[in-house]
Design a protein around this ligand. Structure first.
Ligand SMILES: [Zn+2]
Ligand SMILES: [Zn+2]
Length: 130
C-alpha cells in the first residue's frame, strides 16, 4: 500500500478530467496544451509531475513506447491496446481484460492489482494500403 498523501490540486483534477474524456491517448505535451486552455500559466513540469502522481495513484495509465513519447490514458474500464508500428496510432481493443485477470487468478492464485496488455503490429488501415 502506498502511504504517500498528495495535496488536492485543481491542476491534477483538470488533467484527469481531460484524460478521462480524451480518446486520442495524448502525450504529456498534448496534455499540457489542453490544460493550458483553462490554466494558462501552468508549466510543463507541473503537468508532468501531476501525470506521474495520477499514474502512481492508479488513476491513469502510462503507455510506454521505446520509439515515441509515452502516452497517457485514464478511460475506464482499463483496456488493452494495439499500437501500429507503421502509423503509430494506438487503438483500444475490445478485449475482456477483467476476464483475463480472473482466469489468471484462477490458474495461478496470484492476486492481480494492476495490469497492462499491449499488442503491436500493423493496423488494419495501414495493412490495407498499397
Ligand atoms: Zn497504422
Ligand atoms: Zn486506451
Amino acid at each position: 500500500m502506498k502511504s504517500v498523501r498528495y495535496r488536492r490540486s485543481h491542476i491534477r483534477a483538470s488533467i484527469l478530467d481531460y484524460l478521462r474524456r480524451a480518446t486520442s491517448h495524448p502525450s504529456a505535451e498534448e496534455v499540457h496544451e489542453a490544460v493550458k486552455r483553462t490554466h494558462p500559466k501552468v508549466s510543463f513540469g507541473t503537468v508532468y509531475r501531476n501525470l506521474n502522481i495520477l499514474v502512481d495513484q492508479g488513476e491513469a495509465k502510462r503507455l510506454e513506447s521505446s520509439r515515441e513519447r509515452d502516452r497517457f490514458d485514464a478511460r475506464r474500464p482499463f483496456h488493452a491496446h494495439f499500437r501500429c508500428d507503421s502509423c503509430g496510432r494506438l487503438y483500444d481493443l475490445p478485449l475482456d481484460t477483467e476476464k483475463i485477470v480472473d482466469e489468471l487468478a484462477g490458474m495461478t492464485g496470484h492476486k492481480v492489482s494492476d495490469h497492462q496488455i499491449d499488442f503491436s503490429g500493423i493496423c488494419s488501415s495501414c495493412a490495407g494500403e498499397g
